[in-house]
Structures are given as structure tokens and as C-alpha cells.
Write a protein that binds this ligand. Structure first.
Ligand SMILES: [Zn+2]
Length: 82
């Protein structure tokens, strides 16, 4: 293996951003007056965005491992457009 340093703290930065974002989403949904159906769609879209955000930074959103070490059988994120 190479001696490329692993950015160990990066996952914590990502998780912090994730938790802040989740809190924002929660507040937004509370005030939105959306139906449950609309909320589910909104959360799905948000999770997709977070998965992209994690992937762009080299981490798996589902297991929080680096993409190289990810062992998810079914990755949360698909690059195939629906
Ligand atoms: Zn994974």
C-alpha cells in the first residue's frame, strides 16, 4: 500500500455537516406544512444530496467508511439516473 495519508478527521467534518443539515431539514419540515407524502419525497432528495456530498469527499454515506473500504452490498448512492 502507498503511504498516502488518510484524512482521518474528514469524516467528522462530514458528519458535523450532516447533523447540521439534518437539523435544518427537520425545522424546515416542521414549518412547511407539507403532507407526509411530500415530506418523504423531500427527505429522500435530501438524503440523495448528502450521499453525493459524502461520495464527493470519498466516503460512503451508509457506513461512513472511505469508499475504498466500503463493504456495503447495496451502495446507497447510484450514479445511474432514475
Ligand atoms: Zn458503505
Amino acid at each position: 500500500m502507498s503511504e498516502k495519508p488518510r484524512p482521518k478527521s474528514q469524516i467528522f467534518d462530514l458528519l458535523r455537516a450532516y447533523h447540521a443539515s439534518r437539523e435544518n431539514v427537520r425545522l424546515l419540515l416542521e414549518m412547511s406544512g407539507m403532507s407526509d407524502y411530500e415530506k418523504v419525497g423531500f427527505i429522500d432528495a435530501w438524503q440523495e444530496e448528502m450521499a453525493d456530498f459524502f461520495a464527493e469527499n470519498g466516503y460512503c454515506f451508509a457506513c461512513n467508511r472511505t469508499l475504498q473500504r466500503c463493504g456495503c452490498e447495496e451502495p446507497l448512492r447510484s450514479s445511474v439516473p432514475a
